[in-house]
Design a protein around this ligand. Structure first.
Ligand code: 5GP
Ligand code: MN
Length: 338
């Protein structure tokens, strides 16, 4: 984002506007944290702001300040579409292509609002009027912080904004341990704590609100964990039947894939989760080091993301999807063993 863009956006925000903020489908901590953080700031400036999430998200995010005002497109489609059609400005946060909003793609594409993208995913599409895209960033929440700095508005960050932004930085960095976590990230986090983010409480709200059923589902997932030691790969599967048995709710499988990656010597971990209702297998992929799971998901499973964290899908059955995966793996032998 250059100086002229910033100047234009400042000008744009200098009078009250109708603003819609959109996170990606199946929003995570970074998507909701960045949307709510930005929403609190723009509301302070007296804009008329509405966050519209494509679909519902996990309960462990529903304590975030401002959560109760979030509209869900899937369950409030008509109202959502009229807000989008009437909006002066649409912020799209934490995604790089409009199809990442699922069924919202068409209405967003046809809207004449000024679109502002803030995002850290690779290979962004060119749909936005103003594009703040930086793949070196650990999270969109850190980018919202820098965006406010660029607008000379860092002093406007209150405890609600700080809490939302802290949450997304924490979740997208695996609690500040992924390689994308920089010294700047820590400086931003320090400032957010100074501005009222209660780090211990936030950590508790996100990670220590497990249900017994979720831990049992984790047990099942760990039982299903398989390794391919010669290719330094681990994978987990969960069938719909297993999900039902342990009273699956949205968000319950969050983080499971990382257990594969915690195994000594493993650099590539995948989880395959059956979604009978949608008729797909949802796939999450993670890696350590140079193995690029963004490319892998794009090439084989209709997905994408980052170098070390990506997602994708398969329309084959669970067992056929895993067969396909096993068949593909050896063609990546060189990269997996490097
Ligand atoms: P997760 O495995 O947690 O769903 O997603 C990991 C990362 O990959 C996230 O940054 C997410 O935005 C991205 N991602 C997940 N699913 C997809 C997908 O279907 N397409 C693309 N392009 N990115 C995805
Ligand atoms: Mn993110």
């Amino acid at each position: 984002m250059n100086k002229q863009d910033i100047q234009n956006i400042k000008q744009l925000l200098s009078s009250a506007k109708k603003v819609v903020i959109v996170p990606h489908k199946n929003p995570d901590g970074d998507a909701m944290g960045s949307s709510l953080g930005l929403c609190h700031y723009l509301t302070k400036l007296n804009h008329d702001v509405q966050i519209i999430a494509p679909n519902d998200y996990p309960d462990f995010l529903k304590w975030l300040p401002g959560d109760s005002d979030v509209m869900i497109y899937e369950s409030n489609t008509e109202k959502s579409e009229s807000l989008i059609n009437e909006a002066d400005i649409i912020f799209t946060l934490d995604f790089n292509a409009l199809h990442r909003t699922g069924n919202m793609e068409a209405v967003l594409a046809s809207s004449e609002a000024i679109k502002i993208m803030i995002d850290h995913h690779q290979q962004p599409d060119d749909y936005a009027t103003y594009m703040y895209s930086d793949v070196s960033m650990c999270s969109t929440c850190q980018m919202v912080y820098h965006f406010l700095e660029m607008l000379d508005a860092a002093t406007q960050i209150n405890s609600d904004i700080a809490t939302c932004l802290y949450t997304g930085i924490m979740t997208d960095t695996g609690s500040f341990r992924f390689r994308s976590t920089s010294s700047t990230t820590h400086r931003v986090i320090a400032d957010l704590i100074d501005k009222g983010a209660d780090n211990a409480q936030i950590h508790n709200n996100i990670y220590d609100t497990n249900s017994y059923a979720r831990l049992q589902l984790l047990g099942c997932a760990l039982n299903n964990l398989k390794i391919v030691p010669e290719l330094r790969t681990a994978y987990i599967s969960l069938s719909q039947k297993e999900l039902n048995k342990f009273d699956f709710k949205k968000g319950h499988t969050e983080g499971f894939v990382n257990y594969g990656l915690s195994l000594e010597g493993i650099v590539f971990a995948v989880i395959f989760i059956e979604h009978q209702q949608e008729g797909i297998i949802k796939i999450s992929l993670r890696s350590k080091g140079d193995f690029n799971v963004n490319e892998f998901a794009r090439a084989h499973f209709n997905g994408g993301g980052h170098t070390n964290a990506s997602g994708g899908r398969s329309e084959l059955s669970l067992s056929k999807t895993i067969e396909k995966f096993i068949a593909i793996l050896p063609s990546h032998k060189k990269d997996l063993k490097a």
